[in-house]
Design a protein around this ligand. Structure first.
Ligand SMILES: *[C@@H]1O[C@H](CO)[C@@H](O)[C@H](O)[C@H]1NC(C)=O
Ligand SMILES: *[C@@H]1O[C@H](CO)[C@@H](O)[C@H](O)[C@H]1NC(C)=O
Ligand SMILES: *[C@@H]1O[C@H](CO)[C@@H](O)[C@H](O)[C@H]1NC(C)=O
Ligand SMILES: *[C@@H]1O[C@H](CO)[C@@H](O)[C@H](O)[C@H]1NC(C)=O
Ligand SMILES: *[C@@H]1O[C@H](CO)[C@@H](O)[C@H](O)[C@H]1NC(C)=O
Ligand SMILES: *[C@@H]1O[C@H](CO)[C@@H](O)[C@H](O)[C@H]1NC(C)=O
Ligand SMILES: *[C@@H]1O[C@H](CO)[C@@H](O)[C@H](O)[C@H]1NC(C)=O
Ligand SMILES: *[C@@H]1O[C@H](CO)[C@@H](O)[C@H](O)[C@H]1NC(C)=O
Ligand SMILES: *[C@@H]1O[C@H](CO)[C@@H](O)[C@H](O)[C@H]1NC(C)=O
Length: 405
């Protein structure tokens, strides 16, 4: 009798929490305050109607926010890889949500590669690459034939595919969904500023506005190009080029580095694991990054001037454009829910991580590490593969294999 009352209460609570599970159609992922607040107090929907405290969220951002009907929700991860990975993991394990049909809209700002796009633009990634997950030397201690101090793990040259792989190096999301999202975003009139217009003009290296940074000097648009993740907030031409080279390398030539941010690979790793546990659908992820600043100086400018002192004028437009472009995507998904999105958008590309964790054969990297289904993976399996592929580098961390040449 002493136990039975609390037990009955717990059962009741469990039952009511089970019936109260929120099944959002769109979950907006913001990383810090400005990216989050741009969605608040808008005419299209009230995302602050229902706040749900989720254990494991950032102490700075303890709540998920949802519309009253639960169709649209938002969370704030906190910045950089650790915050992103833990917050997304906490969300996917939360009993408050049913995320099996949810579309995740990562909507954040980032630095932009002026070889590919410009400030105030809106970019959509197919690949997310953890670019700084590499060996790092100070370039001053390297022989003169090295162009960068970053060397892929398990390799000895910057242009060698990494042979020690942790599994988070590259993620690939649904390319069909990316096209659909970009086309929704193209319905938006993008924000810009007088300062941003003046700043990007400095990237034109010839009279006709052309040159290596022609895209950086042209007006902002919606661009489909890829995102880098790095805890290190890198800046400058040489690191930009080194990580651009690395993106091309690890995606076997398909990826085009254009936007740099500090979270996406981490968020994607959490969502891959949740997909493997049948908690989310990894083919329902949109990575949208708007461009708040140039990742490198214009010709003749100091790299530190570009990062520390120059008024690039694009922070506010980039934040505005998260909402302006993003709301078209939210409306597009909700409007097409019955006809298209509830069922899902079939991917025609490989979708997943470098290990092949959720099935399929990656179109980059050494190929799946799983023989048959995921259940067959074991440390032994990995060792066997390692041995099959060749000798290991001694004393190195990670999943080491030798590439066939
Ligand atoms: C939800 O949280 C936001 C931000 O902390 C707050 O502005 C809003 O009033 C809260 N909503 C409710 C219904 O309490
Ligand atoms: C630099 O030269 C050394 C010695 O010839 C060679 O072992 C190394 O692979 C070279 N590195 C690069 C990046 O070319
Ligand atoms: C991050 O993810 C992207 C795409 O998923 C991948 O290409 C990249 O290698 C990852 N980067 C790191 C450092 O894990
Ligand atoms: C951009 O947004 C700002 C802030 O909301 C607004 O004042 C400005 O008029 C907008 N500019 C354009 C070109 O849309
Ligand atoms: C300017 O650069 C573009 C390449 O972006 C090139 O096609 C064009 O010929 C260049 N014009 C001049 C005058 O150098
Ligand atoms: C990037 O790759 C190109 C082509 O291999 C090479 O010329 C360039 O030096 C590399 N840049 C850096 C910074 O490593
Ligand atoms: C979608 O289907 C639901 C349930 O069948 C229905 O209530 C709703 O009106 C439909 N929405 C549209 C836009 O057709
Ligand atoms: C998507 O793929 C599934 C499984 O292969 C198939 O049954 C379905 O008809 C496809 N949907 C569309 C819209 O092509
Ligand atoms: C990617 O490139 C590496 C290094 O050249 C190669 O070993 C691997 O087989 C390639 N993967 C795919 C899927 O083409």
């Amino acid at each position: 009798m002493l136990f039975s009352i609390p037990l009955a209460l717990i059962t009741l609570l469990l039952a009511s929490s089970a019936t109260a599970r929120i099944a959002p159609k769109v979950f907006i992922i913001s990383m810090f305050d400005p990216e989050a607040e741009i969605w608040w107090n808008k005419p299209e929907f009230d995302i602050l109607a229902n706040n749900i405290t989720v254990p494991g969220f950032s102490p700075l951002f303890p709540d998920a926010h949802c519309t009253a009907d639960g169709e649209i929700c938002q969370l704030v991860t906190g910045e950089a890889e650790i915050n992103a990975a833990i917050t997304l993991t906490a969300l996917t394990l939360s009993p408050s949500f049913d995320l099996t049909k949810t579309y995740f809209l990562i909507g954040g700002i980032g630095g932009i590669n002026p070889e590919v796009a410009t400030v105030s633009s809106v970019t959509f990634a197919r690949y997310a690459v953890q670019v700084a997950l590499q060996y790092e030397f100070d370039i001053r201690e390297l022989p003169s034939n090295y162009t960068t101090g970053y060397v892929p793990q398990g390799s000895t040259r910057p242009d060698e595919y990494p042979s020690s792989i942790y599994g988070t190096e590259v993620f690939e999301v649904n390319n069909e969904l990316r096209h659909i999202a970009a086309n929704f975003a193209r319905k938006a009139t993008l924000n810009d500023s007088a300062e941003a217009i003046a700043y990007r003009a400095l990237y034109a290296t010839n009279e006709t506005g052309g040159g290596i940074y022609a895209a950086g000097a042209a007006p902002p648009t919606v661009v489909e190009c890829d995102v880098a993740t790095s805890d290190a907030y890198f800046s400058g031409k040489l690191l930009g080029e080194a990580f651009s080279n690395y993106t091309t390398l690890v995606t076997n030539g398909t990826g085009v580095y254009c936007n740099t941010a500090q979270e996406d690979n981490a968020s994607l790793e959490a969502l891959i694991r949740a997909h493997a546990a049948k908690l989310v659908d990894f083919s329902r992820i949109i990575i949208m990054r708007t461009a708040s600043d140039m990742d490198r100086p214009y010709p003749g400018q100091e790299a530190t001037e570009n990062l520390f002192w120059a008024n690039q004028g694009a922070f506010t437009p980039a934040v505005e454009n998260i909402y302006l472009a993003g709301v078209k995507i939210v409306e597009g998904i909700l409007g097409g829910w019955n006809s298209t999105f509830e069922r899902g958008v079939n991917a025609t590309n490989y979708v997943g991580d470098i290990f092949g964790t959720i099935g399929g054969t990656p179109d980059f990297g050494p190929g799946t590490v799983f023989e048959g289904d995921q259940a067959s993976l074991s440390r032994r399996g990995m060792m066997k593969r390692t041995l099959k592929k060749g000798k290991q580098m001694k004393g190195k961390r990670g999943f080491v294999y030798k590439l066939r040449r």
